[in-house]
Design a protein around this ligand. Sequence first.
Ligand code: NAD
Length: 278
Amino acid sequence: MTVPTIALNSGYDIPQLGYGVFKVDAAETERRVLEAFEAGYRHIDTAAIYGNEEGVGRAIAASGLPRDELFITTKLWNDRQAGDEPKKAIDESLGKLGVDFVDLYLVHWPTPQRGTFVHAWQQLVSFREQGLARSIGVSNFLIPHLEAIGRASDVVPAVNQIELHPAYQQRELTDWCLERGITIEAWGPLGQGKYPLLEEPVIVAAAAAHGKTAAQLVLRWHIQQGRIVFPKSTNPARIRENIDIFDFELTAEEMAEISALELPDGAGRVSSHPLEVN
Ligand code: NAD
């Protein structure tokens, strides 16, 4: 299974589909990541707060895969944005992952009440210069947060990783990012299973037409819009299913029907709002 890549503004390529390990138990992470590698995934999305970087690291070591074939993302947690904490945090993450550098390091949330995300961003810029992270980006940043780091630094984030699925598409934010060369990573691409997305008639009908599952349909909808996704599953059959989306194409009509599932006024959001996480 060959996963297409997207060129980031850092000059590095990222596989458009990866395996996300949010809420994958530390004890089973190594096994699941190895299953993902076996299925053809080469991009893993973790975070310090997920508590499973060591399991990802064990899987990397056990896989025998060359480091340059892998794309590893991790994230700086909120309570480590200030002072010299970011450097300690990235060193801890690199140690747990057993790597000399990560491919992508993100500020996990802007946590606006702390007032430290601009400082954290400047630290990430230095990590890139030091070769600790090949690309750097942000997660859950809204336009004012992106503008604030833009005033303090010439380095444009490679990505903004945000909640995005058919019911909640954040179009103003995604358009703003794309106009400035910031690639969108969609977290919760399947709506975290929190609403009956996979039972939507238009999705079920299109899935049947293509001989695919509803989850594959939704992932394909993201891919055809140039987004990066890393669906999470601990079910080996679903891990394989979720990468098997590169042999069919949705029509323009099917794409529009799925896009029309957005709920008004942000009502489709299934997880935390960036202004509420501090
Ligand atoms: P998701 O949309 O990937 O949903 C995961 C759920 O979807 C699973 O628990 C399972 O119930 C279901 N599912 C997965 N594959 C399926 C299939 N083939 N058929 C039917 N159901 C299926 O949500 P997520 O895990 O929150 O998001 C994916 C990744 O995004 C995470 O693992 C993590 O890496 C990242 N993430 C980042 C943030 C952030 O703040 N930056 C927040 C949440 C998630």
